[in-house]
Structure formats: structure tokens, C-alpha cells
Design a protein around this ligand. Structure first.
Ligand code: FES
Ligand code: FES
Length: 159
């Protein structure tokens, strides 16, 4: 079997993988990072969003082998264990932006990619950019409010 090397949440990893192994399965099954979810497996729901070289990617749609040499960040890597939540996670909690939580890690990772591209996005921008993320519980109102609040908190933090 071929091997793949990448950095995941700041840690260098090297594993044998089958050529057909998707990044999400590599993260969940070989690295035990189960915060990244599978909601559809067909590139529609966004539950599997992680960052690859700083950009949001649906990890059910990318082969692990395509990540050779890449920097991958999952929800587990946003802040070190035992430290306060990332401001975007805190905003989701504050604004009741989740119920079952299944979509939440993908929503947060997508939210951070939105903020990367637009420092303080307005409501219309957030709604447009969230088209690839499905929540089956909450409706989107509180998620949109949380992302706006999280973006504002991040902007305040960075000055
Ligand atoms: Fe990847 Fe739904 S599991 S988009
Ligand atoms: Fe349940 Fe979004 S909180 S799917």
C-alpha cells in the first residue's frame, strides 16, 4: 500500500493508506479524529469540512493521498486541549447555534473559512457562503448570528 505523510493539527503523521481512502475516513478511522463527521458522503452536507493548507475542503471528497505534504486542521486542532474555546466555537454556544451538533464542526470550520475571505461578513454573505453546509435541526438563523458574532470577536481579538 502507498504511504501518505501530512501534518494534522500540528502533528506530523505518516500512514499506509489504500488509494481509495478518503481524507475523512483517514482522519476518523486511522487518526481517531472523530470530530469531523460524515453526513452524506456525496459532497452535499458539509459535515466533513476541514482545512487543507488553510482552506475549507469537504474531506469526503478528497483522497487522503491528495494531502501528501499538506497541513490539515480539524475541529480538534482549533485550540490546544484544555484551553478556552475558539471565539467562533464560543459564539456558536452563546447563540444556541446547534441542537444535535452533527453539522457543527463542519459549520465552524466553514465559518472560519468565510472569515478568512471576509473579515466581518454581513448576513447575506454568510447565508450565501453557507450554501454547502446543511443543518437538519436548527434552521440557519442562529448559525448565521453566531458566525457574525464569532467574526466580530475574532476581529476584536486581532485588532
Ligand atoms: Fe462530506 Fe456530506 S459528508 S459533504
Ligand atoms: Fe443537528 Fe445541525 S445541529 S444537524
Amino acid at each position: 500500500m502507498p504511504e501518505v505523510s501530512m501534518t494534522v493539527n500540528g502533528r506530523a503523521v505518516r500512514r499506509e493508506v489504500e488509494g481509495r481512502t478518503m481524507l475523512v475516513d483517514f482522519l476518523r478511522e486511522q487518526l481517531g479524529l472523530t470530530g469531523t463527521h460524515v453526513g452524506c458522503d456525496t459532497t452535499q452536507c458539509g459535515a466533513c469540512v476541514v482545512h487543507v493548507n488553510g482552506v475549507a475542503m469537504k474531506s469526503c471528497t478528497m483522497l487522503a493521498l491528495q494531502c501528501e505534504g499538506a497541513e490539515v486542521t480539524t475541529i480538534e486542532g482549533l485550540v490546544p486541549p484544555g484551553t478556552p474555546l475558539h471565539p467562533m466555537q464560543a459564539a456558536f454556544r452563546e447563540h444556541h447555534a446547534l441542537q444535535c451538533g452533527y453539522c457543527t464542526s463542519g459549520m465552524v470550520m466553514m465559518a472560519l473559512d468565510i472569515v478568512r475571505r471576509c473579515r466581518e461578513p454581513d448576513e447575506a454573505t454568510i447565508r450565501e457562503q453557507l450554501k454547502g453546509n446543511i443543518c437538519r435541526c436548527t434552521g440557519y438563523h442562529n448559525i448565521v448570528k453566531a458566525i457574525a458574532a464569532g467574526a466580530a470577536a475574532m476581529a476584536a481579538q486581532h485588532g
